[in-house]
Design a binder for this molecule. Structure first.
Ligand code: ASN
Ligand code: ZN
Length: 320
């Protein structure tokens, strides 16, 4: 991949399908299994209805609405990551359109994947200022990838694994778009989306779960970094956004052992584990074991990659 830099930007190359069509490196090189990106950004007009009005389709010029344009560009970065590093053609692996709605509802303080598309609020301007931030966009799209890879039920530990996969690939997309290796990265998810008066740096920190914010309005970042502090709760689907701190931190620690880029060995292992786990009820232990299998398949039994993966899981209190 000597000329990665030339392809990690817009990825726009002229093709028979039309000038400016967004295609992956595979098609540019004439590969048979071409991946073609099809982004569709809608304006929800601050209403709840989805998808709203189509305002920017694939290949269309920037609109000047920064929510629209960030969603469009961000989805391109996510598409490129999955296509070029994981040979995956869009969310379902078969080139499905990436449908997004911005300006969803009024003062809406969240973003989500609803099973078919992404939606992003503008935030209330106090607690949150926007949700069209690259790690958040990649997080939401990655929920779609989880769904189309067999799924992880959005409750308890399997739900926290679903959340963690979305955070891992959210951070990874951001790092790749900025050309950051694992030591240069800040490991924050949702940096810059908090309101101006909120005491915090991001929505979550994979490097130091529990430290992303501490604020009168938002409270204290509730994420644990070790099984000793696992939160048993009925809220948030059994703490899916809370206990995800544990597998998030395991991924971070593993990256610290390996160095390089997150989408290389660690990302390859996490992606393969998702494709192979075939257990929507997976626990943290099931997932850790699946990543260990993937590390052996990819790098060999007894490899440094396998041994350090075991150490990373053990450090967060999961014995494999
Ligand atoms: N932003 C949240 C997420 O993607 C929405 C939710 O709770 N499902 O995890
Ligand atoms: Zn999520």
């Amino acid at each position: 991949r000597e000329d990665r830099a030339a392809h990690s930007g817009s990825g726009v190359v002229p093709t028979a399908a039309g000038a400016g069509t967004f295609v992956s490196r595979a098609l540019a090189l004439g590969a048979a299994d071409a991946h073609t990106c099809d982004r569709r950004v809608h304006d929800g007009d601050e209403k709840a209805a989805l998808p709203g009005n189509l305002v920017r389709g694939e290949g269309d010029a920037a609109t000047g609405d920064e929510e629209v344009d960030r969603a469009y560009d961000g989805a391109g970065d996510v598409f490129n990551l999955y296509s070029e590093e994981f040979d995956r053609n869009s969310i379902d692996g078969f080139g499905m359109p990436i449908v997004q709605t911005v300006h969803h509802r009024r003062n809406y303080n969240n973003a989500f994947w609803n099973g078919e598309q992404m939606a992003y609020g503008d935030g209330d301007g106090e607690i949150f200022q926007t949700f069209t931030e690259l790690s958040v966009i990649a997080h939401e799209i990655s929920h779609g990838v989880v769904q189309h890879s067999g799924g992880l039920i959005y409750q308890g530990q399997s739900g926290a694994l679903n959340e963690s996969y979305a955070d891992v690939f959210g951070a990874m997309t951001q790092q790749r778009s900025q050309g950051q290796d694992v030591y240069q990265a800040d490991w924050l998810v949702g940096k810059g989306i908090l309101g101006p008066n909120i005491n915090g740096v991001a929505l979550r920190s994979m490097k130091a779960p529990g430290t992303a914010y501490s604020d009168a309005l938002l409270g204290q970042d509730p994420q644990p970094y070790h099984m000793d502090f696992y939160v048993n709760t009925t809220s948030d689907n059994g703490g899916v956004h809370i206990n995800s701190g544990i597998p998030n931190h395991a991924f971070y620690l593993y990256c610290m052992y390996l160095g390089g880029n997150a989408w290389e060995r660690p990302g390859q292992i996490w992606y393969k584990a998702l494709q192979k786990i075939n257990n929507p009820h997976a626990t943290f232990g099931d997932w850790a074991a699946q990543t260990l299998d993937a590390s052996i398949e990819l790098y060999g039994a007894g490899s440094y990659e396998m041994m350090m993966l075991r150490r990373a899981w053990n450090l967060v209190g999961i014995d494999i």
